[in-house]
Design a protein around this ligand. Sequence first.
Ligand code: PPS
Length: 298
Amino acid sequence: MEDLKFDSTKRLAVDYVEGILQPKPTCDTWDQIWNFQARPDDLLISTYPKAGTTWTQEMVDLIQNEGDVDRSQRAPTHERFPFIELIIPGLESGLEQANATPSPRALKTHLPIHLLPPSFLENNCKIIYVARNPKDSMVSYYHFHRMNKGLPDPGTWEEFFESFLAGKVCWGPWYDHVKGWWDAKDQHRILYLFYEDMKRNPKHEIQKLAAFIGKSLDDKVLDKIVHHTSFDVMKQNPMANYTSVPVEFMNHSISPFLRKGTVGDWKNHFTVAQNDRFDEDYKQKMADTILTSHFQFL
Ligand code: PPS
């Protein structure tokens, strides 16, 4: 870690790429990210931050490896799935990692669809998108900012609440993100899943993922994958819980990466006034989509 250029006592600065807030190193490398060359057999997992990306990655890896748990523990999540737009000075970038990975690759992004490198859609890559209800996403993102030096200081909960509603958080407004990917899903090979469905019936969602990936798995393997991707088991798995990331970057004693893993934790954070304000704003921003019927949190 000696040649690390990232000063972990400070947080990364942020800037904008086409109106979307991003960590500054991502903005500075934007041309390369935009020109990233996807390969036709790439599988991309795309989410707004904190939607259940890591959970889905673990499911996908175990599906691809037919439930082989030892194989899924070959490396931490962030090495098994290069995060294409993640640039941390002094560390191997997501682009470098992806370019060095042999096919077939499984990759991660949080980019809104209009910032997705065009080669993914040009190559008709399979894409898995996961959405989580915005109230729980906001709460999870707040705690993640607290423990992760790669993101700005979130300020108080009240301040972060306002930033989230204004879309002034990294990767931009939740609303445009989920709607943009939803609108694209029928024109491209996009499987659109929901965190709440994964909680309610993980086996069913794993079956959907397996069918999309093109793997036929027997019931015993499916049950094994359900078990190994449960919150409690993943929380203890150092290859899936981000504890392999140096504490200078992610401090799990402030807030663990696998924090609660529940639906409805927003009720422990939102005041009545915040909830009213959120619902009013949500109604306006989501008036033009049927996607709202999937978020039963109100
Ligand atoms: S990131 O940083 O954007 O990639 O984070 P992401 O993985 O998308 O989201 C982290 C939240 O997902 C929860 N999580 C899970 N929930 C249920 N079951 C399992 N197995 C699981 N694994 C991760 C994780 O706890 C974060 O949510 P919160 O609400 O903060 O607990």
